[in-house]
Structure formats: C-alpha cells, structure tokens
Design a protein. Structure first.
Lengths: 822, 104
C-alpha cells in the first residue's frame, strides 16, 4: 500500500522524495530543501528509527549531565513535520529498498519514491570483547541511552568510560555530575587522538585529572567482568590488571550505517560511496551525513554534513543545479570539560619536510602547535587558550601563505586584538545585545533554550534584532553557542512576512494575477496582514506597475502619508532638497523667514548637507512647503536621500574634477526614485574623499587623470562597511548611466529593507560588475529604459499641499467638547 | 459618579478608509479607525509605551500599530502584543445616518 499525502493542487507534477533517517543529517536536509525553495515540488516522507521528532545529538552530554532537559534539545518537534507537510514515519526502520520498482519498505509501511536520500547515520562501535551484554554496560549515542545511563548511575559509585575521544570525554563529564568517580580508558597512547598530538594529549590529561577524572592511555580492554547477577563489576585489561566499577559506558567511535545501502546494491566502502553531486551509483539515490563516504572521507562532525545537506537541497530544488560538494576542511573549536580546544586538519600527519611551530605555557596548560607545509598551515591544534585560533582557522581555510616569520602565526598584531575579544559565551547575562530594544543576553538565551533557534524566532519572542538589525549576527552566534546551530528559517527568503514567497516568485505571481494594489495582494496571497508587509508590498507594486499602480494610502507609513518625518512629540521635520548640498543666499534667507514665521523650535544642519526644520505641526506642513517653494528632500522615506559632495575642482586646490556638478546632476536625475531601503550618495572631487563617498550606498570619487571611480554598497550607520569598487568611467554621462543601472537593478532585486551594504555582498561585486557594467544578462537597455521611465514619473510629493488625497491628511487632532446638558 | 456620554465625532466620510483619525473629546485623546472591511473602532489616542500618536499608526488587520516603535494593539480589546506594556482602553462606536458616535 502506498501512503497518500495530502492532496495538492497540482498532483501530476509533484515528485515523491523519501528520506531514510530523521537525525541531524536527514532532518537538516529537509529543512534546507524547504528553505531553498518553499514552493518545492516534492511530496516528502521521512523514516526515523527513533519514535521522536529529531533532536540535536551534539547536546546529548548536556542531557546526561543535567544542564539541559531532554525536551530542550529537540530541533523539530512532531508538529514541525505536520506544518511543513512532511510525512514522518517515526519509529519505523526501513528494511528493504526495491530499486527496480522504486519503493522503500519498513515494518508495515511502503513509500514509493522518485528520489531517495540516505541519511541513515552511524551507530556506536562496540569492540568485540567479552561481557558487553552485562547489566550496566551502555553505549552513548541516543536520547534513550542518556536516560538509561543517568538512571543507572544513581546507584553507582565508580564508572569506566571506554574511549578517550571527544564523545567519551563528554560522557565522562556527564557521569561526574551524578557523583560517580570516572576512569577514562583510551586504547591509543593519548587522549583525543584525532584532534591532538602526544604533547597536547598529555596537557589535556593533566587538566582533566585535576578535575578528578582518572585517564588510562595505551590501555587495551580485554573483558568486562560481571558478578553472579550479571551486573558488571570491573574492566579487565590485556596486561591482566582490573579496574573495579559499577557501570561501563562504551564510546569507542562510530560505524556508518551502510548495510541497507549495500543490500540494495549501492557501492559501499567504509560507508555508502557518493560523488561530488552526493549521488550514489544509482542516479535516483543520494546520501548525506555520517553514512556516506565522499572522496575517501567519512565525516562525523556537523559542519561538513550541513555543507552536504545544503548542496543536495540546492541541486534537488533546482535552485542551483550545478551545486557541488567537493569535501570539507575541518576546523573546529570545542570545549571539553571546560578546556577550550581548537583543531584543524590532521595534526598527526607530519612529513619530514614540514615545519612544526609550537608554543607551550605549562603553568596555564596552554599548548599550541601548527604544521606548515609548502608555506601554508596544513594542520593545527590549540589547547587552553584560543587567542589566535581565529587567525589560524583563516590561514588554514583560505590556504593563504603563512607569515615568513612563523612565530607571527601565533603572535601577530591581529591575534592580540582577537585575544582581547570576549567570546559571546563569556558575556554576562546582563550584557545588552540589542541596543535598539534593550534586550540582554540572558533574555535571548532563555528564548533560545525555549526552542527559538532562528534569528526571526528570537526576534518575535524578544524583539531582539528587530530594530536596526545590526545585532543579528550576535544573535545568530548566541544560537550557535546555545543550541548548536542556527535553524534554517524559510521566512528569511520571503520578501515580506505576510506572503510566503521570495521576491522573484512574488513578482511573477503579482504580474500573472494582475494585482495592482496592496489590498489585492493581501487578499489573494497573504497569510495575515501586518504593517511591514503593507509597506514592502507598496514599494514593490509601485516598481512593478508604475503609473498603473493603485496607490492605497493606508498601505503607507505615516511619514509617507504626510511626506515628513514624525518626531517623538508627534510633530514633523521638514527637509527640502538642496541639490548636491549647494545653496544660495536667497534660499537661505527664505529658510530663515519660514523658520521665524512658524516659530520653528529647531533649525538643524543635517549630516547630508541639508537644512532640517524640526517641530512642525501636521497642519502647518502644507503651508511651510508652500512658503519654502522647494521640492521635498524625501528624507522621511525609503528613497533617494541626499547626494553629499565636496567642493571639488571649482574652488578646491586639490580637486581634480567637478564633484558638485556631478552631485547636482545625480540628485536632479534620480530624485523621487523609491527603493527597498533608503539610498544615500556621495561625490568626492579627489581621493581625499571629503564627501565620505566610500561609506555611501553609491559613492563617486574623482581620480587624477580625469576619471570617476564608482563605488557601491557602503554604510556608516549602525553598520559600517567600505564600498566595493564597481568600475571607473571617463565622463559625467557615463557615471549617470552606470549609477542609474545599479539603482534600478537594486530597486528591482533587493529584499524589502535590504540596504545596499547587504545587497552588494549578497550578490558579489564581481557578479554585479558583470551585470551592470559588462551587461552579461543583456538587460542594460531595459535598465536604462526603466530609469528613464521612473525619472519621467517623478512628481514632487509636496505638491499634495494643494489637494489633500484623503480626509484629514494634514489635519491636527480634532477637538470635540462634551455636550453641556447632563 | 461615572457618567457615560454619547458624543458625535464626525461624518462617516471624514474617516479615511483603512486609516485612523485623531480626536480629543473633552481632553481625552481618541484614535478612531475605519478598516477596509468597514469596521469602525475607537481606542485611546496615546500609546502607553512612549506616547506615540496611535491615530497616525497603520492597521494590521483589526489591530493598530503604533508609528513610533510598532507596538501593536487589538482594536476590539485594546490588548497589547508586548509583555510589560499595559493594554489601552477601547470605546464603543456607533454609526448612523447622522454620523459617527462614540460613548465615553
């Protein structure tokens, strides 16, 4: 019998995707798939061995040591599968695959597939020794294992952990919290043989022995010895010695679950073999996670596995059909029993020609070692103090040349700066993270622990990150520190929160259905109604439909309804255009007269070389505009704001070109252009850059030799970013043309409220240069035409002073008296 | 003693569709909204957070969003979506051929 999923609107085109495995790889893959394309055409079914939704295995040791409750480590509760229309067969193990008929069989359930993904993971390796079936011998792998170990430990005094790797040490730490004396037994000559060398292993051993854990290395376990009731009472070693104990936890590595794959004829070695497309030898079967072997490597850490799941999601959704997974460079930072440890590459892989750079500070239990091969960092381990670890990771990942004075690997000016940085985990709970909304670290951490594991979820729960957004990276960092990883959130790709579509899909849908007003879009496509979505849709629809757009004023924020910026006392600010920051005596006199006539409480010069009249009452706005007789500077809205200039060659001794002339031309040409976020321009007459063009959305700098350098994507607000150089042009006309293309392209492709400083790095400056300058997409003429169309459509919004467009547009609070008669 | 007063505010077409207008009835600031669906409601005119003028806010469905910091209040109940911020009062509104009336 084939299970039917919910009936879809287009059943014929949908494909059946079956995922075997509901662990960190399987579930992450499905999340990535949904995030990559929320309208993916798959009916998804998943099989999971365990009877739960999926959980974060990395945090199991926290459950064991009691610092987290089991329910806190669930990544996706059962409800998640329902919400995302994923059929989950929990507690069902797939026992057979029929590749001919394309059906997966599990106890009592069959699922036909078009595409099958193996994410069967791995299982603990239990060495073939006598006594593994005794009571009190456990493996440490699943949530159930954790519970069983914790229960059993209550009645125990002494425990032995077999395996001195990462997981073994985590298990030892967990057992300590149950007041059990722990001995860790490692077969190899030192602890954490994968991440550390012999000296590092010794340093780690000293550190953990101070915590009260005994570590035996080069110890080969022969047998678990039991008493008459079949309870374990000791561990016997090859040399005949015995360590007494009441319980044993085996954590001796993992073995990939490849058997199901092997049985149905997939090529297997140590694990199921996949190529760079993550495909097995069957073109309809793919694999991700610990069950696969890629270019000879089997990965057991999450970072490479998540690279795999992302790549496969991009390929299968067609979002990037050419995505390849070419292997991962492993660089990890861990905390083992309170000891900080960084590891990259294979530290045990040393050739005679390699240079080994080490630094040790025994008193503080600090040990650093880097291997330099062919002038590059090929591996490194650091213990006790991770001061320069970020620099080393950078050297390792980018393969850039190591400094010729090798000691600078550890002791560069840069690393000292890093050394003073406080890590997020060490910040006190009272430290304010979101300065806009005054949200402290402790509040955010609580939200994350309550399951809010994406930045938007944290924002919804605490408001953190919902102001200027500059703290979002720190929030993401906190999520990583607390929950292990930031959860993919499909809503991050949506243009606005109320319509679950990304911008290109939304634009296509709006055009197809001919939706010309915000209320029409909300009515047909939205899940709910909110103010952000209304604003965003208004901006987008105006861009799409131009003069055909049905302009509903209730979709506008107050500033855009009255063409002025609301202030904290309910009054407004008025900033007219002063093109290029160049004014005249007559205009200044008029400013003065208006300020006097309306008793303007504050007259302020702005950072953008304009004049701001603050404290204007709503019903005075039309009169002030009329008396000024100048067009709106649009300083209240998401549009072209100022064009800041320096004096340039007209007067400046250093000026090499006429920056004021270009600035005025730019502002006159692009005034009235509306964008997904505000846009500020700057033009500097020489590389001294007095107009601060290198931190503008679009900056222009004159160069010696008469050229203009066009810069894009800068910022100097809550976020500071230096612009990227787009190109150089020779004439003012060329500058106007290139900038026009960039502005239109940004307007039509950026997400709502995405400033150029996020847009430019998201697309990449090389990519943008190809599109804007080299016209690689062949849309140059279209962009030019769109710019001309928008220029022609410009109307000064302040002209509404003569004809208000809705009742009460420029009216103050209406006062009503109580009737006299009671 | 509490006395209820039924006050004539304005004519219906003086309330713009989808937006609010500010009134002050004997010193009491009111924000009166007319949703696209045709519902009319009146709430306190001042946001309890930082005194934002709610009549200048936007409607999100049947809720009003303060123009200052986007605190949101339900039009029907006055309930605020932010913990720690008090709800606002709501006032019954009546629309007849003679105009819009509020009871305070």
């Amino acid at each position: 019998m084939i299970q039917q999923n919910t009936i879809r609107d287009t059943p014929l085109t949908r494909k059946r995707l079956v995922v075997i495995g509901n662990g960190m790889a399987g579930a992450r893959f499905v999340e990535d798939l949904i995030a990559a394309d929320p309208s993916h055409g798959f009916d998804i079914s998943m099989f999971g061995d365990e009877p739960y939704g999926n959980y974060n295995r990395i945090l199991l040791s926290n459950v064991l040591n009691g610092s987290q409750d089991a329910k806190e480590i669930f990544l996706n509760p059962l409800g998640w599968y329902e919400e995302n229309a994923v059929t989950l067969h929990a507690g069902k193990r797939v026992t057979k695959i029929d590749r001919e008929a394309k059906i997966a069989y599990a106890d009592g359930v069959e699922e036909a597939y078009d595409t099958l993904v193996f994410a069967t993971g791995s299982r603990p390796f239990v060495p073939p020794i006598a006594g593994t079936s005794l009571h009190g011998v456990f493996v440490f792998r699943t949530l159930d294992d954790c519970r069983n170990i914790a229960d059993y430990a209550k009645d125990c005094k002494k425990a032995v952990v077999i395996g001195g790797g990462l997981l073994g040490l985590e298990a030892a730490k967990g057992l300590m919290t149950h007041n059990v004396a722990v001995t860790v037994v490692e077969m190899g000559p030192w602890l954490m043989g994968v991440q550390l060398d012999a000296d590092g292993g010794k340093v780690l051993q000293q550190t953990i022995e101070k915590l009260g854990i005994t570590a035996l290395t080069s110890a080969s376990t022969k047998e678990f010895v039991g008493d008459e009731t079949n309870r374990v009472k000791g561990v016997k070693f090859a040399d005949g010695s015995i360590v007494e104990c009441d319980m044993v936890v085996v954590s001796a590595g993992i073995r990939p679950n490849k058997e199901l794959g092997a049985e149905c004829g997939l090529t297997c070695d140590r694990a199921i073999v996949v190529d760079d497309t993550l495909q097995t030898n069957d073109p309809d079967i793919f694999g991700v996670g610990e069950c696969v072997q890629h270019r000879g490597m089997v990965y057991g850490l999450v970072a490479p596995i998540w690279e795999q799941t992302k790549t496969l999601a991009l390929r299968l959704t067609g979002k990037n059909p050419d995505a390849l997974y070419t292997g991962s460079k492993l660089a990890t930072k861990l905390k083992v029993m309170g000891v900080e440890l960084a590891s990259m590459g294979r530290i045990s892989d040393v050739k005679p020609t390699d240079e080994v750079v080490t630094f040790a500070e025994p008193a503080r239990e600090v040990y650093w070692k880097a291997i330099v091969r062919d002038g590059k960092v090929s591996a490194c381990c650091m213990l006790g103090d991770l001061g320069p670890a970020d620099d080393l990771v950078d050297f390792f990942m980018t393969e850039k040349p190591a400094p010729s004075r090798r000691l600078e690997l550890f002791f560069s000016a840069g690393s000292q700066v890093h050394g003073h940085e406080i890590s997020l985990a060490d910040l006190p709970d009272a430290k304010q993270i979101c300065d806009c909304n005054g949200v402290c670290k402790g509040t955010i951490v609580k939200a994350i622990q309550a399951g809010k594991t994406s930045v938007p979820m944290v924002g919804k729960a605490t408001r953190a990150g919902t102001g200027c957004g500059s703290c979002k990276k720190m929030i993401a960092g906190l999520i990583e520190a607390v929950a292990g990883a930031v959860k993919a959130d499909p809503s991050e790709s949506w243009y606005v929160p109320a319509v679950p579509l990304d911008k290109p899909t939304l634009v296509a849908e709006v055009k197809k259905r001919g939706l010309k007003s915000v209320s029409a879009v909300l009515c047909e496509l939205a899940t709910h109604e909110d103010e952000k979505s209304k604003n965003g849709l208004a901006s987008m629809l105006k861009g799409i439909w131009g003069t055909e757009y049905i302009d509903e004023r209730d979709a506008r924020f107050i500033n855009d309804r009255v063409h002025a910026n609301i202030q904290n006392d309910g009054t407004f600010s008025v900033i007219p255009r002063i093109y290029g920051g160049v004014t005249t005596a007559d205009d200044l006199i008029r400013f003065g007269e208006v300020a006097k006539k309306y008793n303007v409480p504050m007259v302020k010069l702005t950072g953008g070389q304009r004049i701001d009249l603050l404290g204007i009452k709503k019903d005075d706005l039309p009169k002030v505009w009329a008396d000024l007789g100048m067009p709106s500077g649009m300083a209240y809205t998401k549009a072209l704001r100022t064009v800041k200039t320096c004096v340039g060659s007209e007067f400046c001794r250093y000026g090499t070109n006429d920056s004021t002339k270009l600035g005025i031309a730019l502002e006159k040409r692009f005034q009235g252009f509306e964008f997904p976020a505000k846009v500020k321009l700057g033009v500097s007459g020489c590389p001294r850059n007095c107009a601060e063009s290198t931190v503008k959305d679009v900056g222009v700098v004159a160069t010696e030799g008469g050229e203009w350098e066009i810069l894009v994507g800068g910022a100097a607000g809550a976020h500071v970013r230096r612009t990227d150089s787009l190109c150089r042009v020779k004439t003012q006309d060329e500058a106007l043309k290139v900038i026009g293309r960039f502005l239109v392209y940004y307007r039509d492709n950026a997400k709502w409220i995405e400033r150029t400083y996020d847009f430019v790095p998201r697309l990449g400056i090389e990519n943008l240069r190809k599109i804007i300058v080299e016209d690689s997409l062949g849309i140059g003429a279209e962009l030019d035409a769109e710019a001309e169309k928008t220029i022609a459509a410009y109307v000064d919004p302040w002209l509404e002073r003569d004809n208000p467009v809705f009742a009460g547009q420029f009216e103050e609070t209406r006062k009503v008296s109580l009737p006299m008669v009671v | 003693m509490l006395t209820l007063n039924r006050i004539a505010l304005c004519q219906l077409d003086e309330l713009p569709v989808g937006l609010g207008r500010a009134f002050e009835v004997d010193g009491l600031p009111l924000a009166v909204f007319r949703t696209r669906a045709g519902r009319i409601f009146a709430v306190d005119g001042i946001c309890p957070h930082k005194c934002g003028p709610l009549a200048d806010g936007m409607l999100a469905g049947d809720s009003v969003v303060c123009p200052y910091h986007a605190f949101r209040f339900e039009g029907a109940t006055g309930a605020c979506d932010q913990a720690g911020t008090c709800d606002i009062a709501t006032y019954p509104v009546e629309v007849t051929d003679d105009g819009v009336f509020v009871t305070i």
